[in-house]
Design a protein around this ligand. Sequence first.
Ligand SMILES: Nc1ncnc2c1ncn2[C@@H]1O[C@H](COP(=O)(O)OP(=O)(O)OP(=O)(O)O)[C@@H](O)[C@H]1O
Ligand SMILES: [Mg+2]
Length: 332
Amino acid sequence: MIMHNKVIAEIIEKYPFVEAYFEENKLDIKGHENKTFADFLNSFSQEEIEDFAIDKESLVLNLEEYINLMKSFLGIQEESGIQSLTILPGHDKSENPEGFNELTIRKSEIISIVGPTGSGKSRLLADIEWTAQNDTPTGRTILIDGEIPDKKWRFSSNNRLVAQLSQNMNFVMDLTVREFLELHAASRLVEDVEGTIEKIIEAANNLAGEKFALETPVTSLSGGQSRALMIADTAILSSSPIVLIDEIENAGIDRRKALSLLVDEDKIVLIATHDPTLALIADRRIIINNGGIHSILETSEEEKELLVKLEEIDHFVQGMREDLRYGKQLTK
Ligand SMILES: Nc1ncnc2c1ncn2[C@@H]1O[C@H](COP(=O)(O)OP(=O)(O)OP(=O)(O)O)[C@@H](O)[C@H]1O
Ligand SMILES: [Mg+2]
């Protein structure tokens, strides 16, 4: 599942041994390093697929299995951190109890949160960020590894439980991008501050449309640019085991790239979204209504198939968006 969001270059960086897998399967990934494995497979024509008897689905599944086998063979252990996040029900806006008993989300899971505007998606993320103990308007309780979390998580600044990308990004301080990143890097006890800052601005500019510089004041960044900066900052500087993402799609940045930066197999990721592609990338989705969790659905096989279609459409729309942005005339 996680592989779904990573581009080939990232997979190779993390697990260099996958190159052997590509070779064994006669997959020439040269020039495709910036695609996800699934996108790479999608780039074959129908003819090639038939000529080389390519079975996309099993190639994806086998790659995951291969990585897991190699990891256990080499004794690679992922950093453990926390294992699970549990939500215990509270009540909706009309004080009716929520429609589930207990929801446990495990490490490396991606969960989406869907529901109409104003239904309480951001509220749920805020409950998690606050590790609510029946002390928020929803009456929910959040457990970490099955237990009431230590208060240290709420108040510690460099070892936070939750990294949150919230809907509204308000920079209150009048700093340049560099000063802002220096502050962050220092508070997180980074060794190579300069190198880290370079890495973040590069990643941020890779997500944003119009590039910005380290000397740009944060207050003059556009909505999309500040969002891109926060995403890159969170992805590179934060070690928080839980990542909460609110509404990535409204910022006019490349959502797939942003997700692949943020998602990691060590993490628990929750995304509040109105976008069907993001909703279906998740393993499960929480349906919110009138302030309460109404139900929790697994992404079905059929939906996974639809996701491929949706991503094609997305790609198509994205292309048009880019062309329009850069003053091209669209053709049929
Ligand atoms: N169970 C609840 N009890 C009382 N108030 C609630 C409850 N759930 C949500 N609210 C409140 O309802 C309002 C709207 O919720 P929220 O901002 O989370 O909506 P949203 O789903 O994120 O909407 P959007 O899609 O527009 O971002 C907020 O003021 C929130 O605090
Ligand atoms: Mg919201």
